[in-house]
Design a protein around this ligand. Structure first.
Ligand code: SF4
Ligand code: MG
Length: 315
């Protein structure tokens, strides 16, 4: 079980100024073993920041992450190595995340050699198995990333992660840069790997339509806060939070009769200066006076369903 709790912030640097942005605020989320949690929201809502903090790519200023009950800040030596191996990140842009000067053999093979999952003499066999499993031709180990198509490059990114036999994948917009037909192939590969290996996944996307088929549960984020968590079917058939409803409105579907959808007005506000109270109030069609003054608290509205909205506490 993976637990994220507390308030988490990061620093953003730019040429002009450096300001602290609370990219992730009061997030409390768990991912169960073997579960796929889809994390959705517009760009800038903090979902990538959350994913990167899980993989120790970004530091936290506050808050805790627990992996199998253990606070990851207390891990040292071999335990820390194992955590870093067990939780692997798969990025959005497979081209930017693959070193253009390295051959596929090194890109995929370095980490399993380092972690002693294979030896130099057995590396070819090891690579062949991983590459085949990820839909890559094992005879291409001498090639460079630019010699592959976008979809194949993403398979290389997945093979690099799978080569260390992880338990948990953090996929950040992992199909967003691909054509729709290729997206489906890569999503299918994720589902196969997940089913075969009982992988736990945090699947981050701005697009509810992408996470729908792969997720067991969905967490919706808005400006650094998780506003709704529910099983995937219920997010689609009976969304609670006005922001979830607005996001759903952007997913073209035929089977959503009976749910009142409200289009999203306005731009997402700057995370440097988020609105008071409920961050969503300037865009919310149901905003009340209290919404401007007080941030709603996270409450359980049904077993396994949580939301952050004052409407949930109205009689
Ligand atoms: Fe809308 Fe108020 Fe709920 Fe925020 S708390 S989503 S502004 S109704
Ligand atoms: Mg992002």
């Amino acid at each position: 079980k993976l637990d994220l709790a507390g308030r988490i912030a990061r620093s953003l640097g730019s040429n002009l100024r450096e300001e602290r942005v609370q990219a992730v605020d009061s997030v409390d989320l768990s991912v169960m073993p073997g579960e796929v949690l889809g994390l959705v929201g517009e760009s800038g809502c903090g979902k990538s920041t959350l994913g990167r903090m899980l993989c120790s790519i970004l530091p936290r200023s506050e808050g805790k992450i627990y992996y199998k009950g253990q606070d990851i800040d207390t891990l040292k030596g071999q335990d820390l190595k194992e955590y870093n191996m067990n939780v692997q990140m798969i990025f959005q842009d497979p081209f930017a995340s693959l070193n253009p000067r390295k051959r596929v053999r090194n890109i995929i093979g370095e980490a399993p050699l380092f972690h002693k999952l294979t030896s130099s003499s057995e590396l070819d066999d090891y690579l062949a198995k991983v590459m085949l499993r990820c839909g890559l031709d094992p005879s291409y180990t001498h090639r460079y990333p630019h010699q592959f198509s976008g979809g194949q490059r993403q398979r290389i990114g997945i093979a690099r992660a799978m080569a260390v036999q992880p338990e948990c994948l953090v996929c950040d917009e992992s199909v967003a840069a691909l054509d729709v037909s290729i997206q489906a192939q890569i999503l299918n590969l994720f589902m196969e790997l997940r089913n075969e290996l009982n992988l736990t996944c945090l699947f981050i996307s701005h697009d509810l339509g992408v996470v729908e088929h792969i997720s067991d549960r969905i967490a919706v984020m808005y400006l650094g806060r998780v506003v709704e968590v529910a099983p995937v079917d219920e997010i689609f058939s009976n969304p609670f939070h006005p922001y979830t409803k607005a996001l759903l409105d952007e997913v073209p579907r035929l089977d959503r009769r009976g749910v009142d959808f409200t289009p999203l007005k306005g731009e997402i506000p700057s995370p440097l200066d988020p609105p008071s109270g409920c961050h969503f109030h300037p865009r919310c069609p149901h905003a009340m006076d209290i919404c401007k003054k007080e941030a709603p608290i996270d409450i359980e509205i049904a077993p396994g369903r949580r939301t952050c909205c004052h409407l949930a506490t109205m009689p």
